[in-house]
Design a binder for this molecule. Structure first.
Ligand code: HEM
Length: 347
């Protein structure tokens, strides 16, 4: 009797563990409105409200969320793998890769997940979907409504997260145009879409180490006043790898000297728009990977096109983000709905 009760307890315990640990096979392609009727609340409404509150408190969180989404989707598809924290068993998840320097915004995703789990929709909404919704909402707020789109949802969270995958999948800021085109082609994106997506560098910030090479780039590749009087000065001001604004528009006009006319503080900064392309044609961008887009006919004509037409860029950027959102986990992968976004359920 005692033995069989013990055996029964073991079976029950195993089944309970299996229900949590064994991941479900990834479902079909994400669809718009997947969570309709699945929760006692509006999932997208809660994401939207939390993103808005986060941006109201710190507008720079918007750029963080847009980049977080790109870095999630380019590595093993949009599966929330970028959100995973290091553990004893997995000390080097994606976020520990050098390619993910400066990645932030995790706190916003945590806050959304906590609200959904406790308020109205436990064990239902994947962290991958939360990130996809949050990036859309951040894009919409930062573009003052210019960039907006319906987000397909129903993704599962991945159970694999590796710094090596991140290093192999993400583009580097010192890449030349051929390397950039190849990296994006590997994910199914055209050179035009590479140009479109790079326009996200109209917002946000970067560490000096991410564009250190540009401080010695020839004047044919970067405006020499920008290089010597702005970037070199800011980066030499002390501190451990300081950050500067990605967009000259958002820099302090007083520190821009002869380039002060490019600063547009009245627009409120952190504005997602086509100014990146205008800056690029004027050799006023941070990364070599940005400047490289004017160095090839395959990309230069699109830089010119988007510099001239901000409305077209809004639309094409939205379409490119939808395409990005459809990158799925490698064939045969399994997934789950995580209980917390920073850890797989069986960590
Ligand atoms: C084309 C290849 C790309 C390269 C080489 C690249 C590289 C970088 C680097 C090095 C940084 C600064 C990181 C730091 O030092 O903290 C950065 C920032 C950023 N990137 Fe990219 N990126 C690329 C494409 C993209 C795409 C496709 C998106 C989104 C659609 C994006 C969105 C951003 C944003 C929003 C920031 C600012 C993040 C913040 O303020 O926290 N990037 N990128």
């Amino acid at each position: 009797m005692k033995v069989s009760a013990f055996a029964l307890a073991l079976v029950v315990a195993f089944q309970a563990a299996a229900a949590v640990v064994v991941p479900a096979t990834a479902p079909g392609a994400p669809t718009v409105g997947y969570y309709n009727g699945k929760c006692n609340c509006s999932v997208e409404g809660i994401v939207n409200d939390t993103v808005k509150a986060a941006l109201d408190a710190d507008i720079t969180k918007g750029a963080a969320l847009v980049r977080l989404f790109f870095h999630d989707c380019f590595v093993r598809g949009c599966d929330g793998s970028v959100l995973i924290d290091p553990t004893y068993a997995n000390p080097n998840p994606e976020k520990t890769s050098g390619a993910n320097i400066g990645l932030r915004g995790f706190d916003v995703i945590d806050a959304i997940k906590a609200k959904l789990e406790s308020a109205c929709c436990p064990n239902t909404v994947s962290c991958a979907d939360i990130l996809a919704f949050a990036a859309r909402d951040a894009s919409r707020y930062l573009s003052k409504g210019g960039v907006d789109y319906a987000v397909p949802s129903g993704r599962l969270d991945g159970v694999v997260s590796s710094a090596t995958d991140a290093a192999n999948s993400l583009p580097g800021s010192t890449f030349n145009v051929a390397e950039l085109i190849a990296k994006f082609a590997g994910k199914g994106f055209t050179p035009e879409e590479l140009v479109i997506l790079s326009g996200a560098h109209s917002i946000g910030e970067a560490h000096c180490s991410s564009f250190h090479d540009r401080l010695s780039a020839p004047s044919s590749q970067i405006n020499p006043d920008f290089r010597d009087s702005v970037l070199a000065k800011d980066c030499g001001a002390g501190g451990d790898d300081p950050t500067v604004e990605n967009n000259i528009r958002d820099m302090n006009a007083a520190s821009l000297g002869s380039l002060a006319r490019y600063a547009v503080p009245a627009r409120g900064g952190a504005y997602l728009d086509n100014s990146y392309y205008v800056n690029n044609l004027n050799n006023l961008v941070l990364f070599r990977s940005d400047w490289e887009l004017v160095g090839s006919n395959a990309t230069l004509r699109h830089v010119r096109e988007y510099a001239d037409n901000g409305t077209l860029w809004n639309l094409d950027f939205a379409a490119a983000l939808v395409k990005l959102s459809k990158l799925s986990m490698p064939p045969g992968s399994t997934g789950e709905i995580r209980k917390t976004c920073r850890a797989t359920n069986n960590y």
